[in-house]
Design a protein around this ligand. Structure first.
Ligand code: HEM
Length: 229
């Protein structure tokens, strides 16, 4: 797998775009101006859940338990953004739309953006910035332990997402670090699964688990299938 495959927040480098080729199609060779339009459209779409929360908050529509409402919303959007980020490489391979890779850093950073809100709600509102209380929760509740680990792994990926950091770290080390995105996805599913296990409600989480399974499975398949050797 190349460097471009494995990041939560991948810089749009000229090395990654078009590096692997794929099926040619009209959309495969999108001009720069249209790539920019797609980028803006994705940015606007990805901001919608945040704007919705601001709107609901300012009009007192969070319901009986505002903390639960916002924590669940930001948690869900962190997972959605993670899945969309992980979908970039398979989609690019299947369609030949190499410009998709240039959306990945932004998508990964949105995953971190929602993850940070989710985390800050827990640490600030839920735990009142009380370090001892916070560590107790991490140690005591396995679903928090797993979510916390996922977030801790996400932070360095976001911090090293700039082209400057890629250069500073060097390709290999940067690549190795960004492999963590696979662990993050698995931990995120585990976190969600554990959260729902208490209520014996596995409907939605099973769908996310299937999506992550397919996205990671495709990578493994492309890497290990006999033809690749
Ligand atoms: C990659 C990181 C993470 C992802 C993708 C994620 C995702 C989710 C999802 C999908 C839910 C369930 C939403 C629902 O019930 O509809 C959730 C719930 C929750 N998460 Fe996370 N989470 C992450 C990290 C964290 C961290 C770091 C913490 C705190 C240490 C945390 C604390 C919680 C709590 C307390 C809930 C339960 C909210 C409630 O039902 O009251 N999560 N998370």
């Amino acid at each position: 797998m190349g460097r471009a495959d494995m990041t939560v927040a991948q810089p749009a480098s000229p090395h990654s775009a078009g590096a692997r080729g794929g099926k040619a199609s009209g959309l495969a060779a999108l001009p720069q101006s249209q790539v920019s339009i797609v980028k803006v459209a994705i940015w606007l779409l990805a901001m919608l859940p945040f704007v919705r929360l601001l709107y609901l908050g300012s009009t007192s529509q969070f319901g009986a338990n505002p903390l639960e409402f916002v924590t669940r919303s930001t948690g869900t959007w962190t997972l959605v953004m993670l899945c969309v980020t992980l979908a970039v490489t398979p989609l690019r391979r299947l369609t030949g739309w190499n410009w998709l890779v240039r959306m990945r850093r932004m998508l990964g950073l949105f995953a971190f953006f929602y993850g940070l809100q989710h985390f800050l709600l827990w640490i600030g509102v839920d735990r009142g910035f009380d370090l001892a209380y916070m560590l107790k929760d991490v140690a005591k509740r396995p679903f928090i332990t797993v979510g916390f680990t996922a977030f801790v792994l996400m932070a360095p990926l976001a911090l090293t997402s700039t082209s400057g950091m890629v250069r500073r770290l060097g390709g290999r080390r940067w690549q190795a670090l960004h492999k963590a995105v696979y662990a993050i996805a698995v931990l995120a599913i585990l976190h969600y699964w554990w959260h729902k296990a208490g209520k014996n409600d596995f409907g939605e989480v099973s769908i996310y688990a299937a999506v992550v399974f397919v996205l990671l499975g495709l990578r493994l398949w492309w890497r290990w299938r006999p033809a690749a050797r």
